[in-house]
Design a binder for this molecule. Structure first.
Ligand code: CTP
Length: 394
């Protein structure tokens, strides 16, 4: 799957299996898809809009008349890369096959030109009815992927073919359609993030404005793609990263130590942290009184990335550069001097980027490729850098 092609419309029809799509939504999100739920109006009898809004974290509409100033049936259709209709009832299948557009979901399906996968669930007699059989054949002839319902007991006492498939089977089939393979499975990725703090005294430190958001995006993306991830986190919020190994550090020296321990066994190092270039020559145990707090003598910190690069064997090295002028030439020089495969240069003039969810800058590779990015999400940059790492790993 292309790194950014992961916007999904999850269409929900009016079947009892709608409640199972709550779990399906979660599993899709776990796998890196960004999901907008579009229920049919009658499906809200099974699962209400509030539930979909809370689970997806996005607004939910059922009719074209809601938010009509946004022309949502066109804007959503243009934004989506894939549609997954689950559960699809006999009625919804009939409407899709006839090309009806009587609610937001069917409008979207008509307006979109992207792969559509349908997961039917209904009573076996409805599934086997000649009308449904013909409608499914029509949809398949138009290129829709229609999963076979499972055979087994239904909600009542009846049994037969019509059950909503296991969520894991739906995900497996959907991943095949979208190409979302766990392409970093078995790879060990070491990431540093946040900003180091160099102690002056028990109260004060030298720090920087790094929020750690880019490192969080990188770690999340790498986990989603199956990598084994270790994060060395300096003074950043890691509360959303409970599934991976996190080493918390404060200073550059601590970060150096933690990274050096993990470096040998990693396949990729992504040095995203903002490391203080210098530290106070002396950190006092007692708070320095303001009357004598006039100058701080500094000594340089080691360049962690350059040092690890000198020890590298097969590791892919990815660095970041924070610049305010001569972005490309400065980044090219850093790529060379630090022995990197890829560098991403941020324009940080006026504190731009720090703490934001988006970034603008340029990816520069060892082979001289330059990819300029404008206001892309930090998640998107994370996936692009991982794509580069994967390519270099062969
Ligand atoms: N870096 C590092 N150790 C340092 C300083 C920086 O490992 N002591 C890493 C950063 O994590 C980043 C890359 O080197 O991946 C470039 O960092 P940057 O701050 O842009 O450059 P510096 O090498 O510090 O050079 P300058 O401050 O002169 O621009």
């Amino acid at each position: 799957m292309s790194a950014i092609a992961r916007e999904v419309v999850l269409g929900v029809g009016a079947g009892i299996a709608a409640y199972k799509s709550c779990d399906l939504l979660r599993r899709l999100q776990d796998r890196g898809y960004a999901v907008t739920v579009v229920p049919t109006p009658s499906s809200l009898n099974f699962v209400g809009a509030a539930t979909w809004q809370a689970l997806s974290g996005r607004p939910v509409a059922t009719h074209v008349w809601e938010n009509s100033h946004e022309v949502s049936h066109i804007s959503l259709a243009q934004r989506a890369h894939f549609f997954l209709i689950a559960p699809a009832t006999a009625d919804l299948i009939a409407r899709m096959s006839a090309g009806r557009a009587d609610d937001l979901l069917t409008n979207l399906i008509l307006a979109a030109n992207v792969p559509i996968m349908i997961v039917p669930a209904m009573h076996p007699q409805m599934w086997n009815d000649a009308a449904t059989v013909a409608n499914v054949a029509t949809l398949r002839s138009r290129g829709y992927v229609v999963m076979e319902p499972e055979i087994g007991r239904l909600t009542g006492s009846d049994s037969g073919q019509g059950r909503f498939p296991q969520v894991s089977s739906i995900i497996e089939r959907f991943d095949q359609l979208t190409g979302n393979l766990r392409d970093l499975q078995g790879k060990r990725i070491l990431i540093s993030g946040g900003g180091t703090r160099e102690s002056i005294d028990p109260v004060r430190f030298i720090g920087n404005r790094s929020s750690g958001k880019q490192a969080t995006a990188l770690a999340t993306a790498a986990v989603l793609r199956g990598a084994e991830v270790t994060l060395v986190a300096a003074n950043m919020d890691t509360s959303s990263l409970d599934t991976l190994a996190v080493h918390h550090v404060e200073s550059a020296a601590q970060m150096h130590l933690a990274l050096a321990k993990e470096f040998e066994s990693c396949d990729v190092l992504i040095m995203c942290a903002a490391v203080a270039d210098a530290k106070p020559s002396q950190s006092t145990i007692e708070k320095i009184k303001k009357a004598i707090f006039t100058t701080i003598e500094l000594e340089p910190n080691p360049d962690i990335l350059a040092e690890l690069s000198r020890k590298k064997s097969q590791q892919i090295m990815i660095g970041f550069a924070a610049e305010t002028s001569n972005l490309i030439t400065s980044a090219q020089a850093k790529l060379k001097s630090k022995g990197l495969d890829v560098i991403y240069v941020n324009d940080v003039s006026d504190g731009a980027i720090f703490g934001k969810d988006t970034t603008s800058g340029t990816i520069i590779t060892r082979n001289g490729e330059e990819i300029a990015l404008k206001e892309v999400s930090k998640d998107a940059l994370a996936h692009l850098l991982l794509d580069h790492a994967l390519r270099q790993l062969g």
